[in-house]
Every structure is written in C-alpha cells, then in structure tokens.
Design a protein around this ligand. Structure first.
Ligand code: G1P
Length: 294
C-alpha cells in the first residue's frame, strides 16, 4: 500500500474577491483571528500525516515563504522578552518540509497542480485548497486518506451545498453510495444554473493518483477559460475509478467575504481569551439591529 506523503497547496490565485486588501498581500495571508488562513490548511495536512508540502505560488506571494521560514530576529526578541507562548506560535513545524514552486501564468487550478508534477513524481498525493477550512474531529484530509487506504483509488471530498449555489462549484453526478462514499458517473465544473446533476459539491480536498497528470498534460481549457482540475478528474474517472467522499465536519468558505467574516466570528468565539467580550459585543449589536428594525 502506497502511503500519501505529499500534498500540493495551490496559492497562486490573484485574490480578486478581496481587493484592495490583496493588492500587495497574498489572500492566503489574510488572518482568521491571528493566524493566516494558509496556516490552518498546513496544520490540517500535517495532522493528516503529510510529510512534504509544495505550495504553488505566483507573483506577489513572497510573504507566504517568509511566514513559514525561520525568523531568527523575531525569535531572539521573544526569548529576550520571555514571551515563550508567542515563540511557540511562530516556530516552524518540525514535522513537515515546505517547498515552493511558481506558477508563471494564471491559467487556472488544473495548471497550478500540473506545475507541481515533477515534485510529485509517480505516487498518489493530496491537494488542499486554501479557500476551504474544515473543522472536524478527524481532519478532513485524514478522512480521505483513510478512504484511499481502503480503495487504492482517487478520492474527492464533497459536501452538500444549497441548490442555488451549485454553479460556483465542481459538482458530482453520483451513482451508488456505500456509507459516505460515492461512485461517480460524472464530474462537472461550475454547471450553469439549473443544470447541476446534484448538490454534492467538490470542497477543496483531493487524493489523486499520478495518472491525473496524463490528463492535465493536455492543458485543455474549461469553465471560465481556465485549465480545470475537475475536467482532468472527469477524464481520469473514465479510465480508472475516482470516488467522492462526503466528509464529516463543518466547512468554512474563507474565499468569499461573508464566509470570511463568519469564520472570523466563530473562531473568535472558540477562543478562551476572546469568547466573553466577543459574545457581549455580539449581543449588544444584535440588540441594536433588532431595535432599528422596529
Ligand atoms: C475550485 C474548484 C471547484 C471546487 C471549489 C471548492 O473552484 O475548481 O471544483 O468546487 O474550488 O472551493 P474555485 O473556488 O477556485 O473557483
């Protein structure tokens, strides 16, 4: 049985949904409370047993590399001030190696994954997208790796989304289901409104066999004029089985503004140092909102 040891985190997107905040700062560095979003993704990968991560970056993404690097000056400063709790927070994780590669043109998710093909070589691997943070008892990626260990096949993480939102996602056309695992007839990227075959959406976690690169090699242009990973998965599924797995856990969409604000509030409420005052504040402003409605 091949172990899943490598993961790709694409982080080359332009972050247009968060302009102007992302004009000079990568969207992956936007903080949820006090940790950049990409740190939650890396943490999930490490907690799932990943040993090597390659982050696919692009222009203006230097801050990501600096974030995961040593910062000797800062570490010395915190030691001097005896701020050991903060020191722990900024120290590099010893359990994972992070590597970088640049996507030289913004040609889409499929192209970003293809850029990491030489790093992956001929072994199955994971992909985690930075716009989705998942909170669950067992890390979302670990749930998929466990499925891979049972099936030895590619597995795509899915969850149900409201019908009116299906056009924003990769959607599966499910066949048989056993427990939470589906056989899939088709994978469709961003179906037009009213045409989605189901409301089971691909949510940013994938385990893929290396054969996916045979299809990504074609660099076929799909939805939105981009090379789509979902299109390559659809082709792979015609050739070797690709399953979908309805993972458990709550998914936070930090890739859009409302989701980002909701995530910040919920994560803040889960923090002991913030819960009390934040709850008081929320009560107060909701009271004011209700009063102004009357
Ligand atoms: C990407 C994928 C899509 C998936 C989504 C999940 O789309 O292409 O299949 O459903 O992530 O967040 P994007 O949100 O980058 O447009």
């Amino acid at each position: 049985m091949t172990k899943i040891k490598k993961a790709i985190i694409p982080a080359a997107g332009l972050g247009t949904r968060f302009l102007p905040a992302t004009k000079a700062m990568p969207k992956e560095m936007l903080p949820i409370v006090d940790r950049p979003t990409i740190e939650y993704i890396v943490e999930e990968a490490v907690n799932s047993g990943i040993e090597d991560i390659i982050i696919v970056t692009g222009k203006g993404k230097r801050a990501i590399e600096d974030h995961f690097d040593y910062s000797l000056e800062l570490e010395e400063n915190l030691v001097k001030k005896e701020k050991f709790d903060l020191l722990d927070k900024i120290k590099k994780s010893a359990n994972v190696e992070i590597h970088y590669i640049r996507q030289k043109q913004p040609k889409g998710l499929g192209h970003a994954i293809w850029c990491a093909r030489k790093f992956i070589g001929n072994e199955p691997f994971a992909v985690l997208l930075g716009d989705d943070i998942v909170k669950s008892e067992k890390p979302c990626l670990r749930q998929l790796i466990d499925q891979f260990e049972e099936t030895n096949s590619s597995i795509i993480g899915v969850q149900r989304v409201p019908d009116e939102d299906t056009h924003r996602y990769g959607i599966i056309d499910p066949l048989e289901k056993s427990d939470r695992r589906y056989q899939v007839k088709n994978f469709v990227e961003k179906p037009e409104k009213g045409t989605a075959p189901s409301n089971l959406a691909i949510i940013g976690r994938y385990i893929l066999t290396p054969e996916i690169f045979d299809f990504l090699d074609k660099q076929q242009i799909g939805a939105g004029g981009e090379v789509q990973l979902t299109d390559a998965i659809e082709q792979l599924n015609q050739f070797q089985r690709v399953f979908a797995y309805e993972f458990t856990g709550k998914r936070y969409d930090v890739g859009e503004k409302l989701g980002f604000i909701q995530t910040t509030i919920e994560f803040g409420l889960n923090r002991e140092d913030l819960r009390g005052p934040l709850e008081d504040y929320l009560k107060e402003i909701t009271k004011n909102i209700n009063q102004s409605k009357v």
